[in-house]
Design a protein around this ligand. Structure first.
Ligand SMILES: NC(=O)c1ccc[n+]([C@@H]2O[C@H](COP(=O)([O-])OP(=O)(O)OC[C@H]3O[C@@H](n4cnc5c(N)ncnc54)[C@H](OP(=O)(O)O)[C@@H]3O)[C@@H](O)[C@H]2O)c1
Length: 250
């Protein structure tokens, strides 16, 4: 794993939004960003999980976390505009956008893949990431050093049978990352990358690989040095890259 031990004020004064904050990698990311000084907007589907995380965060870092319950499978363009408006009221600029939320959907051959679930996975994993990014670009552009980090997957870099919409959506995420990186690379200070966490001990991984022993996998917390590096000043030179958290060597 990447050996990086930044100071506790690495992200002081930065505002960062994390989607899928309620559990797994997103939750670990929120706590790690708060522990390194950031103000964090936690966006996720379950209000209950967000409120529990908020209560935990308030005990150690009062006044620096904010919750945004949003179900990406039920949102329209106006909901993303509302998220952007609420951030604009709160922060002069947005310094980080971590696209971490994702739906797994069923593992099924394309021949039998259910259409409704195909649409839902694409909505959560691709359309929501596009709409959130588009609405937040003006606020990201106001930062002197902003990051957009998409979450990739191995099955979105090389196709794999039965992974259906999830794998295809992660290919689309890479395309969105590359397209955005080219568009903003020379005109703004926004730096855009994708990061594949690799097999990690979370609920999604357990659902995808029910026979696997969770304790053989790295924890979300063990990946956090990579997230901190990419979201902080040291990651400034990485742009347009498809990165791997478990093999990270900048
Ligand atoms: N774990 C792995 O081995 C692995 C490997 C490669 C890539 N990844 C990627 O890493 C990211 C995090 O995954 P994870 O393993 O931490 O999974 P996880 O524990 O299942 O967390 C997924 C998060 O996404 C949120 N989410 C799901 N559907 C949503 C919706 N409709 N609207 C808003 N939020 C929604 C969930 O919110 P609620 O908790 O509120 O329901 C949850 O917080 C994903 O992009 C995943 O594709 C994971």
């Amino acid at each position: 794993m990447f050996d990086y031990r930044p100071s506790a004020d690495l992200l002081a004064g930065r505002a960062i939004l994390v989607t899928g904050a309620g559990g797994g990698i997103g939750r670990a990311c929120v706590l790690s960003l708060l522990a390194h000084g950031a103000n964090v907007v936690m966006l996720s589907r379950s209000r209950r999980k967000l409120e529990s995380l908020y209560d935990e965060a308030e005990k150690s870092w009062p006044g620096r976390s904010f919750i945004q319950p949003v179900d990406f499978s039920r949102t329209g363009p106006e909901d993303f505009a509302a998220v952007a408006a609420s951030l604009e009221e709160r922060f002069p600029a947005l310094d980080g956008l971590v696209h971490n939320a994702a739906a797994l959907g069923p593992r099924s051959p394309i021949e039998f893949y259910p259409e409704r679930q195909w649409q839902e996975v694409m909505q959560v994993n691709v359309n929501a990431a596009f709409l959130l990014t588009r609405n937040l670009l003006p606020l990201l552009a106001k930062s002197a050093d902003a990051r957009v980090l998409f979450t990739a997957s191995g099955v979105g870099r090389e196709g794999r049978a039965w992974w259906g919409a999830y794998g295809v959506s992660k290919f689309a995420v890479e395309g969105l990352m590359q397209t955005l990186a080219q568009e903003v690379g020379t005109t703004t200070s926004i730096r855009v990358n994708s990061l594949n966490p690799g097999g990690t001990r979370t609920a999604m991984r357990a659902a995808a690989f029910p026979g696997e022993k969770p304790d053989t996998l790295p924890t979300p917390e063990s990946l956090m040095p990579v997230y901190l590096y990419l979201l902080g000043p040291d990651g400034r030179d990485l742009h347009g890259r498809a990165l791997d958290a478990q093999n990270f060597n900048p």
